[in-house]
Design a protein around this ligand. Sequence first.
Ligand SMILES: [Cu+2]
Length: 346
Amino acid sequence: MPLMISDATFNADGSLGFNDNGHAGLWGDVIMVNGVPWPTMKVKPRIYRFRVLVASITRSYRPTLSTGDPFYIVGTDGGMTPKVEAVQSWRQGTAERYEILIDFRKYKVGQMIEMRNLSNKNNVNYANTNKIMRFQVVADSGSMAGSISAIPTTLDDGGSPNPELGGLDVMKLTPDMAVAKRILRVKRQNGEWTINDETWEDVEASGFSRCFANTQPYSVEQWTITNESGGWFHPLHIHLIDGKIIDRNTNGGKPFPWEGGPKDVFYAGENESVTVLMQFNTGAHNGGRYMVHCHNLVHEDHDMMVQFSVGDSQNNDPVSSDYPVVDTTPMNSYPPVYRPGLAAGT
Ligand SMILES: [Cu+2]
């Protein structure tokens, strides 16, 4: 069952409100799951598997159950976790995905189990942003086909991408395979959000040729994302790759327990460093340029995005692709106004 968690503010007429707090972020006072404010889901007394996506503009979450019972982490952004971890809560920022099991078998019919939000540092909270949704247990019925009868302890993490081309299983990457180590410093400076002192404006000014790194297809590298600020968190998204987190300075040099699978969004919390191994599996592409950006969409818009190249950096030239049509629809207009050039298939 997919659970897409987001937040929003609404104007009195029901339209969406927008306030990016001076480019810091948007924090809504209404929490929605799959577009519904604080929903109740009926569940049978069985084990359920949920894929959780945070689709908020800015807000990050720390889900927990009102019963104090654990979640079982079985998957991350790009695949399954080789080892299943039981956690009381986990931290999830925009665009991160976590797959969890909840065991409803021990609860009574009629019981309500709330999924709450413990929040994280530097989120702006309101009266009810500590609640996400709830589950109501109903009598079991129907076939047990497809159900599992026990919480697994280990999983197949999905194998390797394009093994015939040299694609390795990301969860089996080791630091000695890395041919380069790089540091990505995420920072607020001169009124801009920057990565290694640069923004997408610098990339634009270079005619989209500027790259902070030139990597080779199927090479392995080790990147450390470091956030020396105490005031901000950044869920940094690296395109193309799946990464294996090998170090967190705030967790004794280990990944957090929920980070044991392939990741492509890396939560760089306040004063945190996170180190990731990755392979540049270009697959059917011959290479080209790929983006790295903060997935707080307000930060991304102002202008926290840079690019790296793999192999021939002239491939996938973004300048030669279709030019976007400028949409002047106000942010809070609903229903959306469809404009020529934005129709499906163009
Ligand atoms: Cu950010």
